[in-house]
Design a binder for this molecule. Structure first.
Ligand code: NDP
Length: 308
């Protein structure tokens, strides 16, 4: 039975913690904003950050307000008897729209016009640069919640969509689903390659020199997964060496992206601040996940989105 839910102050990164407290005013457990020093009596914690203090504070269940839980030490949590749930299943539309936006920007040159607007510059693009997404190709690497959200929007825009996943079963809106072993074949013909895998031992460095070589020179890489899925130095080299046309990056090896990163300066790189999933509905969506799992705990059912 959950008696007290703490909303960790770190969720402030995504939305004000009190908004989630208000959203959860219909659940039986008491819901309050807490910090890592103030976990007495809290049995369930909703958090953005991970803190070692969570291990020996009597918590029974932690809910991560992110889908990616690569920062959480699974074995330590298991040893401490703390269950962990994540927020997968909630970001297909927000991230799908963001990726559609990146691709539209590259095709229709919107980022170029915006940069020129800042210089009060009225100028037609180079005639060969604009194109349409209709008829362009996309490879989505990772076809879960995010990948399917991306694929559905790309298909609606008339793109030819292929994808990659661990278990290459058919996926709606995706013409061909490749296994991980065929990654190079999958990305070889794509104008856009969009990464939507979790960060794991197998996906760290998944896109390095060899994969950038395998991609078309006029390709655009989109990363909404996690920074270390891409070898960032190799990416910068490829962009600076014209082996890749552009990139739309929401996630980076180091976040915030350091001021001296060359990625800030490249015209054909769109940098967003790990905000692909941002939406004013974020807290409401978290409340729905937490509410469902409070019900499941009371009913003795397995937690939804269980990771540990
Ligand atoms: P899901 O668990 O729903 O989907 C993950 C997909 O990745 C699955 O299709 C899975 O394959 C595939 N996959 C996993 N490992 C591999 C591998 N080694 N090779 C090929 N495919 C693999 O996760 P989500 O879609 O919800 O989220 C994915 C990740 O995106 C998160 O872990 C997080 O890091 C990141 N994310 C980023 C956000 C942002 O704001 N930028 C927002 C939300 C998530 P299979 O189906 O075969 O198991």
């Amino acid at each position: 039975m959950v008696t007290r839910i703490g909303i960790h102050a770190s969720v402030e990164t995504l939305f004000p913690p009190t908004v989630l407290v208000d959203e959860l005013d219909d659940v039986d457990p008491e819901v309050t904003v807490v910090t890592s020093d103030d976990l007495d009596g809290v049995d369930a914690l909703v958090t953005f950050a991970y803190d070692d203090a969570f291990l020996d504070s009597g918590l029974e269940w932690i809910h991560s307000v992110q889908s990616g839980v690569d920062r959480f030490p699974f074995e330590d949590l298991e040893a401490a008897g703390v269950r962990l749930t994540n927020s997968t299943g909630t970001h297909g539309d927000s991230v799908g729209e963001t990726v559609a936006g990146y691709m539209l920007s590259f095709a229709r040159r919107l980022h170029e016009y915006r940069s020129k607007q800042e210089r009060t510059e009225w100028a037609w693009p180079a005639w060969q640069d604009p194109f349409t997404l209709d008829g362009s190709s996309l490879c989505v690497v990772g076809l879960g919640t995010l990948g399917q959200g991306i694929a559905a929007r790309a298909d609606a825009l008339g793109m030819d969509v292929v994808g990659v996943k661990r278990t290459p079963t058919p996926v709606d809106h995706v013409d061909t689903v490749y296994p991980r072993a065929d990654l190079h074949e999958a990305i070889a013909d794509a104008k856009f390659v969009a990464l939507a895998v979790p960060l794991t031992d197998d996906t760290a460095g998944m896109i390095g020199d060899a994969e950038l070589d395998a991609m078309r020179d006029d390709a655009v890489l989109v990363n909404v997964a996690r920074g270390p899925v891409v070898e960032q130095d190799a990416l910068v080299d490829a962009l600076e060496g014209d082996e890749l046309t552009g990139a739309a990056l929401d996630v980076f090896e180091a976040e915030p992206l350091p001021e001296d990163s060359p990625l800030w300066e490249l015209d054909e790189v769109v940098v967003t601040p790990h905000a692909a999933a941002a939406t004013r509905d974020y807290a409401e969506r978290m409340a729905a996940l937490v509410r469902e799992n409070v019900r499941r705990v009371a009913a003795g059912e397995r937690l939804a989105n269980a990771v540990v």
